[in-house]
Design a protein around this ligand. Structure first.
Ligand code: ATP
Ligand code: MG
Length: 404
């Protein structure tokens, strides 16, 4: 999708979101506990998790619509969990939120829907509002559709209108809940491209919640997964994409073979029975050869370079030595020869297409691959410190995860 009428990325970069020890229950039902992660500024992160693991609850907690029981969610020095109503109101203006169905007002046309936050939260003139609304509608490929009612357009257009509305207050953080629900695979890819392009243009921090494996594998800089009331993992995409953790592997392959069951998690007996069935030849479904690290989606030609991607490269190279070997190898292979020289790294194997054998890599990298960050600095990064190859089936816990 071509983007018109938008200048090069400039101005401020997105806000960092530092979440520590976040726990949420409804009555006696714990939804998730001790969630600790950092969304790096201006990077795109995706949170995966089976239905009902509390992904939507997580997004609502981040904007203060729900109150977690414990822990903190810091944005620009404000803890969303504990701040005053006034601070919460102010901090919420930093967010653009795209709910599952676009959450448009059915009786308002697209123009008024997109103009709504500006009329509600700013004192801008109608002339100024018109300029902004038309710019965002154009940016999301909806120029000319401003008079349409939400009921008159397709689900894909409604999502784009929801995104246009999420963008009008120049958000520093964009939260997206299930952008692919109700969309065909092609439209899902188009909206993914739109996220990448918007990220390149405004350098906002993104968190996208989804079940969509293709989106998860190709869009974000960082991936996380909620399961069994905990954050199983959160880190650079290469870590989850090469992970041997059974639940992560099962989810990213979309297979029946693994700890996730039809309605809830499986018990040991059920897992063993199913294992025998799959070993006897029953197809576990999913996509057999979805392994390794596919190329990440890039901004459309003509759209500015993603500043978040540039910062991420430096950040990930600093924590490289803390990552599992397969992820390290994937990251090194994704660098251009110039970048490999710049960071002083070389791939261990001859460069080949795809990284499906990367998981077999067990040798530690030479010390010159290692960064110099202190533990404190690393603790600010998403989950640093990774289990060794032999521990990967145990639940993962990074340093700092137990602090809060
Ligand atoms: N306001 C609420 N009061 C009580 N329970 C709630 C509330 N909101 C959500 N829940 C419960 O929290 C759990 C997680 O719900 P949530 O909608 O966050 O799941 P999800 O991961 O987004 O699922 P899906 O992928 O199906 O959208 C569910 O068991 C749900 O019933
Ligand atoms: Mg949900």
């Amino acid at each position: 999708m071509l983007i018109h009428g938008v200048g090069a990325a400039g101005g401020s970069m997105g806000a960092e979101v530092v979440i520590e020890g976040l726990t949420k229950s409804f009555g006696r039902q714990t939804i998730w506990r001790d969630v600790t992660l950092t969304l790096p500024p201006g990077e795109v992160s995706v949170m995966l998790g089976p239905s009902g693991t509390g992904k939507s609850v997580f997004l609502k907690s981040m904007i203060g619509l729900l109150k977690p029981d414990r822990g903190s969610c810091m944005i620009n020095g404000v803890d969303i969990v504990r701040c005053s109503e006034h601070k919460l109101y102010e901090t919420r203006k930093l967010f653009g939120v795209l709910f599952q169905d676009g959450a448009l007002f059915g009786s308002m046309n697209l123009y008024d829907n997109v103009a709504f936050p500006l009329r509600e939260h700013t004192k801008k003139s109608e002339t100024e509002i018109r300029r902004i609304v038309l710019e965002k509608l154009e940016m999301t490929g909806l120029a000319g559709a401003e008079k349409k009612l939400p009921g008159e357009i397709s689900g894909g257009m409604r999502k784009r209108a929801g995104l246009a509305r999420a963008l009008v207050l120049d958000p520093e953080i964009i939260l997206v809940d299930e952008p692919d629900s109700g969309l065909d695979p092609v439209r899902t890819t188009y909206i993914s491209q739109l996220f990448i392009d918007v990220n390149a243009q405004i350098d906002a921090t993104f968190l996208i919640v989804t079940h969509n494996i293709n989106l998860a594998r190709t869009v974000p800089d960082n991936l996380g997964m909620l399961f069994r009331k905990e954050l199983v993992m959160f880190g650079p995409r290469e870590v989850l994409l090469t992970s041997e953790e059974p639940v992560v592997k099962q989810f990213l392959g979309g297979r029946m073979d693994g700890p996730i069951g039809m309605s809830e998690e499986k018990d040991t007996a059920q897992m063993a029975a199913e294992r025998a069935m799959f070993e006897a030849g029953h197809h576990a479904g999913g996509v057999e050869d979805v392994t390794g690290i596919p190329a990440q989606m890039q901004p459309t030609p003509g759209v500015p370079t993603r500043q978040g991607a540039i910062r991420r490269k430096d950040r990930v190279m600093k924590i490289l030595h803390t990552l599992p070997p397969a992820a390290q190898e994937g990251i090194i292979e994704s660098l251009s020869p110039e970048e490999q020289r710049h960071y002083g790294v070389t791939p261990r194997r001859a460069v080949h297409t795809g990284s499906r054998h990367a998981a077999a890599q067990t040798m530690p990298l030479p010390t010159h691959h290692q960064g110099q960050l202190s533990d404190e600095e690393i603790a600010r990064m998403p989950q640093s410190g990774w289990p060794s190859r032999t521990e990967t089936t145990d639940r993962f816990r990074g340093p700092g995860a137990g602090e809060a």
